[in-house]
Design a protein around this ligand. Structure first.
Ligand SMILES: [Cu+2]
Length: 504
């Protein structure tokens, strides 16, 4: 896998490292016509898979994952998840082998209340070992579903914990060391929605599937025989075909009123820059781990793999109109060096078509004023500051590749810590920490943008950037079972850009 990374880099150097006068002259001409990026991206993506777009089934109605509230048994909310192989229709006349939870692909949206005592029985019928991680949840390390909690084929793992997190959108996905990227790519991902009475009474759109819509955005390559093509490229697999909730660039009908989208960037590697085709303003109300203090107006939303955002969009004046949800990737700045970009990275492209129909009877028509109070830490409260250097050569953090038998950091229970994460590589890395929700203090010394001033469990660290975050490690100490921190580009994680910490 590391080999492909070197090849693409070498191709780039061969093509553009020569420095001959004629080459430079033609580059100058190309750059004047804005085509240089496209040429270079074309060169570095040559030899990688591409999908014959004519064979794809697109424009289907957006599937909405089934809402699953579990079953109340003896005061516990019990969910059963079966990891299984399935089959989907993405290519005309063909079937695509997929992986899913309780279905062909993706999984049910698990809904629960803050404070619930939750049991998740996860049965592995995949034919190979896997595990399921509860991304963003604050829980005992043995219940986290990290690489140390493996489920052998045919076995069931029972996870049991109390929901302590704030109301927000979380997700679940495999986390087996070295296999996470492959398992997620083939379809294993699902959402959690945590609710509580306070949030239920804010007047937010919350009719699931009607005005409260989950959007799991991914990208994949398809072979002509219908199968998924997973090239395993070590710098990160960015597919050339965009899927939402397991359908290729689908169509969603929304009522002409305020609608909530729960966005999950669940690609293996792609970093999106969402916006709408009419450049309308929308409002971010939630981050990974809770509501923001007030709605934040945006026209673009940068979302890297693993991150979630709840946004409100007012379609009140749009009945009978058609609007596209798009990713304006060409507008992103300082995301990846050109050798790591694919054609979509330098393009603006459709993610989903939105058709606006009549409003519902009990339509939400106004935005809420204030949403939540965030108890911020003061930097002076920090007991410790740790530094993490992200390096792409051999995929390391602080010069070490992931080792299941090495504990990298030991954190004292209840300590408040500042983690300073520096990216000295040429690609952006979404940095994820298990167990906790954190607040971003600074990005390269500046305050984070308003829409990132809420609880987070993934933060994008761009090339040359240092991001400082602050968090408290409370409730769950276990000297024997570590939590993970890692890059959420899944091929980087599998490649070794992951470390382990224990709370004692
Ligand atoms: Cu990374």
């Amino acid at each position: 896998m590391a080999k492909m990374f070197r090849i693409s880099r070498r191709k780039f150097l061969i093509a553009f490292g020569g420095g001959s006068a004629s080459l430079l002259a033609s580059l100058f001409v190309l750059s004047r016509f804005g085509a240089l990026d496209r040429v270079i991206a074309g060169i570095v993506t040559a030899g990688r898979p591409s999908t014959n777009k004519e064979i794809l089934i697109t424009g289907q109605r957006l599937p909405i994952p089934e809402l699953e509230a579990g079953e109340m048994i003896g005061g516990q909310r019990v969910f059963d998840l079966r990891i299984q192989r399935g089959s989907m229709a993405f290519v005309t006349g063909k079937q695509t082998p997929t992986f899913g939870y309780n279905g062909e692909m993706l999984g049910p949206t698990l809904v629960m209340d803050k404070g619930d005592d939750v049991v998740l029985n996860v049965t592995n019928n995949l034919g190979e070992p896997t595990i399921t991680h509860w991304h963003g949840l604050h829980l005992p390390a043995v219940m986290d579903g990290g690489p140390h909690q493996r489920i052998e084929d045919g076995e069931t793992w029972r996870a049991n914990f109390t929901i302590l997190n704030e109301p927000a959108t979380y997700w679940y996905h495999p986390h087996l060391d070295g296999k996470t990227a492959d398992h997620v790519y083939h379809g294993l991902s699902g959402l959690f929605i945590i609710k509580d009475e306070v949030t239920d009474n804010l007047g937010l759109p919350q009719q699931y599937g009607i005005d409260d819509i989950p959007l799991i955005v991914q990208d994949k390559f398809f072979n002509e025989d219908g199968s998924l093509n997973y090239p395993g490229t070590s710098e990160g697999v960015k597919g050339d075909t965009i899927l939402v909730n397991g359908a290729i660039t689908p169509v969603l009908e929304v009522p002409a009123q305020v609608v909530q989208f729960r966005l999950l960037a669940a690609s293996n590697a792609r970093i999106h820059n969402f916006g709408f085709s009419d450049n309308r303003q929308f409002y971010q109300i939630g981050t990974d781990g809770g509501l923001l203090e007030t709605p934040v107006p945006l026209t673009r939303l940068l979302l890297s793999t693993g991150e979630r955002a709840e946004i409100l969009v007012d379609f009140g004046a749009d009945e009978n109109r058609e609007i596209k949800l798009r990713s304006y990737s060409s507008e992103r700045e300082n995301i990846d060096a050109i050798w790591a970009k694919d054609l979509l990275d330098i393009s603006d492209f459709d993610v989903m078509t939105i058709r606006v129909a009549a409003a519902t009877q009990d339509a939400v028509t106004r935005l809420p004023g204030s949403l939540a109070t965030i108890a911020r830490f003061d930097e002076s409260q920090a007991d410790t500051t740790r530094t993490f250097k992200l390096q792409m050569s051999s995929f390391r953090i602080n010069r070490e590749s992931m080792d299941m038998n090495r504990i990298d950091e030991t954190v004292k229970l209840d300590d408040v810590e500042i983690w300073e994460v520096t990216n000295s590589s040429e690609m952006s890395h979404p940095f994820h920490i298990h167990d906790i929700q954190f607040l971003i203090l600074t990005k390269n010394g500046s305050q984070p943008p308003n829409n990132e001033r809420g609880w987070k469990d993934v933060v994008l660290v761009k090339p040359g950037e240092t991001v400082r975050i602050i968090a408290q490690f409370s409730d769950f100490a276990d000297p024997d079972t570590p939590f993970m921190y890692h890059c959420h580009i899944l091929e980087h994680e599998d490649g070794g850009m992951m470390g382990q910490f224990v709370v004692v």
